[in-house]
Write a protein that binds this ligand. Structure first.
Ligand code: ZN
Length: 239
C-alpha cells in the first residue's frame, strides 16, 4: 500500500496522466512499484511510477512471465517518469504565468498574418472516431499542441456572418503540420521552440486548441528555431 502522501504527490506530479503512454487517465490510473515490493522495493516517491492499466500490465506487474516483447527495465521506467514529471511541471509553470498575465496587454494577431511564436510543444491525446467522447470506447488521436507562455488574441473572419471577430485568451494552439513534419521533428516534443506560420480559428471536432497554428512547411528550415529561448532560461531557474 502506498502512503497517502506519496500517492498524492505522485498523482499531482504526473497530472493523472500515464508516465509511459502519456494518456490522461482520470481515475483509471495505478501506482506501480518500480522495484517490486516482493524484492524489497519500498513504497516511497522515488520508487513509484503512475501508469494506466495497459502500461501497468506491460510493466510486468500482472504478467510476470511475459512471453513476448521487450520488458521495461527499472532505469527505463525511472527515465520515463522523470521526463514526464518535468513536462507536467513545465505546463503548470506556464499555467501559472497565464494567471499573472491578465493585466498585461495581449498580443493581437490576424488570420493570414505570418507570425513567430514561442511556446512549449506538448503531445496531447483526445478521443477520436467513432464518437469523439471517451478514451475507453473511441480510437485515440494524438495532436501536437503549442502551449503559449502568455495568452494572445486572434482576429478572424466568421464563417457564418463574414464579420471579423476577436477570439481572446488563446493559450493553446493545435499545430497543423503534415506527417513528414512529425516524423522529422519528434525531438521538439516537450521542449520550448519558436515556430513560424499562420493562425486560424478552430472549426471542426478535430480542432482541440483555442486556435490552430499552420506551420509553414515551405519555410521549414527558417521556421524552426531550436535554440533555447529566454523562456527556457526562465523555467530552468525556477526548477
Ligand atoms: Zn499508459
Amino acid at each position: 500500500m502506498w502512503p497517502q502522501k506519496v500517492k498524492e504527490e505522485a498523482l499531482v506530479a504526473c497530472g493523472r496522466r500515464c508516465c509511459v503512454c502519456h494518456r490522461f487517465c482520470g481515475r483509471n490510473i495505478e501506482l506501480h512499484h518500480i522495484e517490486m515490493e516482493s524484492k524489497g522495493g519500498k513504497s516511497i516517491f522515488e520508487n513509484c511510477i503512475p501508469l494506466c492499466f495497459d502500461c501497468h500490465a506491460d510493466a510486468g506487474h500482472y504478467n510476470s512471465n511475459h512471453p513476448k516483447g521487450t520488458r521495461y527495465s527499472q532505469s527505463e521506467l525511472r527515465k520515463h517518469r522523470d521526463s514526464w514529471y518535468q513536462a507536467i511541471q513545465r505546463l503548470s509553470f506556464l499555467e501559472h504565468q497565464w494567471e499573472g498575465s491578465s493585466d498585461k496587454q495581449t498580443k493581437e494577431i490576424y488570420e493570414d498574418q505570418i507570425v513567430t511564436l514561442k511556446g512549449f510543444v506538448w503531445r496531447e491525446a483526445f478521443p477520436g472516431p467513432p464518437n469523439y467522447e471517451s478514451f475507453e470506447t473511441d480510437r485515440v488521436e494524438t495532436y501536437w499542441m503549442l502551449v503559449l507562455p502568455e495568452p494572445i488574441s486572434l482576429f478572424a473572419n466568421s464563417f457564418e456572418t463574414e464579420e471579423t471577430i476577436k477570439i481572446e485568451n488563446i493559450k493553446k494552439l493545435q499545430l497543423c503540420v503534415n506527417p513528414d513534419f512529425y516524423e522529422a521533428n519528434r525531438n521538439i516534443v516537450r521542449t520550448d521552440v519558436e515556430l513560424t506560420g499562420k493562425l486560424f480559428m478552430s472549426i471542426t471536432g478535430h480542432h482541440h486548441g483555442d486556435a490552430n497554428f499552420d506551420i509553414r512547411t515551405d519555410l521549414l528550415n527558417k521556421s524552426i528555431n531550436f535554440a533555447p529561448s529566454a523562456l527556457d532560461a526562465l523555467t530552468r531557474a525556477d526548477y
